[in-house]
Ligand binder design. Structure first.
Ligand code: OGA
Ligand code: MN
Length: 302
């Protein structure tokens, strides 16, 4: 097994082993887990990917999320995102599948809008467009560390409201019906998530983030925009250009990602398995505290 760095801030490619090797060896699994905790994005190329091996590999890192209603693969462990219709032809640009792809082109971390957020996602690209359709990543751990210390001290107690509607409404307010809205009420998380393995904190932000507890909406939106722009500055990005057989795993606590557009009319099919976070992943560090709204009001009036 050999490792190659992908970006100065984060990301590692593991060469010379397969998903099956990892699933069959506790020692290899531990090494991959360590690389994941340290580098936040782990790439394995040239894999012979099936749904089963992808889910079995992911299950080694924690309990798997069930895909939510309204997404491809709802009710299973697989989130299937593709623009190929039942007749085998690429769907129209107005099709829901393309709206979903466009929503994934906003910087986000997966599942921050859920009651139980996600530790990690494991994505395999099954059909790749000839032109475009890569995925970009940034390290929100590196972004947090790059903020001046005084700024971190000001911000660190803030709590952010995340809602699926916030991101979907940016694409098309008709994307979510009343039922889906009622099923996915906003949730609140602290602005940072601390990794218990290495004690490093990261900004926990996403296109789902729409408000800050105790702060008026305009101020909150402006601050969220400022932090998103800071975290996603061009020099912080690793662009994954997909090849058949690639599997990419990322840490949803410590990264954001977004899809890149591709030329119309080309098929694209990706399958994601998502791992829920638990106490051992530091979930308590991101849970709201009673004093945060007062702290936000102080910051706002300062
Ligand atoms: C995802 C996602 C981006 C892409 O699968 O979670 O955001 O490139 N994908 O499709
Ligand atoms: Mn995503």
């Amino acid at each position: 097994m050999k490792t190659v760095a992908l970006h100065p801030d984060f990301g590692v490619e593991i060469q010379g082993i397969t998903l099956l090797d990892i699933v069959c060896s506790d020692a290899l699994h531990r090494q991959v887990r360590e690389l994941f905790e340290e580098h936040s994005v782990v790439v394995l190329r040239g894999q012979d990917v099936s749904d089963d091996i992808q889910a079995t590999f992911a299950r080694g890192f924690g309990a798997l999320e069930k895909t939510k209603v309204g997404s491809g693969g709802a009710g299973t462990f697989y989130s299937r995102m593709n623009n190929i219709g039942p007749d085998g032809a690429v769907v129209a640009p107005s099709d829901r599948a393309m709206l979903i792809a466009r929503a994934n082109q906003l910087w986000h971390t997966d599942s921050s809008f859920k009651k139980l957020p996600a530790l990690a996602s494991v994505l395999s690209a099954r059909v790749i467009p000839e032109d475009g359709g890569g995925t970009e990543f940034v390290s929100t751990r590196a972004a947090w560390a790059a903020l001046p210390e005084a700024r971190r001290a000001e911000l660190q107690d803030l709590e952010v409201m995340h809602s699926y509607a916030t991101s979907r409404d940016q694409i098309d307010p008709a994307m979510m019906g009343a039922d889906e809205r009622a099923a996915l009420p906003p949730v609140t998380w602290r602005l940072t998530w601390r990794n218990p393995v290495n004690a490093r904190s990261s900004l926990y932000l996403a296109s789902h983030a729409g408000g800050i507890a105790g702060m008026d909406e305009g101020r909150a939106r402006a601050l969220l925009r400022e932090l998103m722009d800071f975290a996603t500055a061009p020099q912080r990005r690793y662009v994954h250009t997909w090849q058949p057989g690639d599997v990419v795993m990322w840490d949803n606590r410590a990264t954001m990602h977004r899809g890149q557009p591709w030329k119309g009319g080309q098929p694209r099919s990706i399958v994601r398995v998502t791992i829920s976070a638990d106490e051992s992943d530091g979930i308590d560090s991101v849970r709201p505290r009673a004093a945060a709204p007062a702290r936000a009001a102080e910051l706002q009036s300062a």
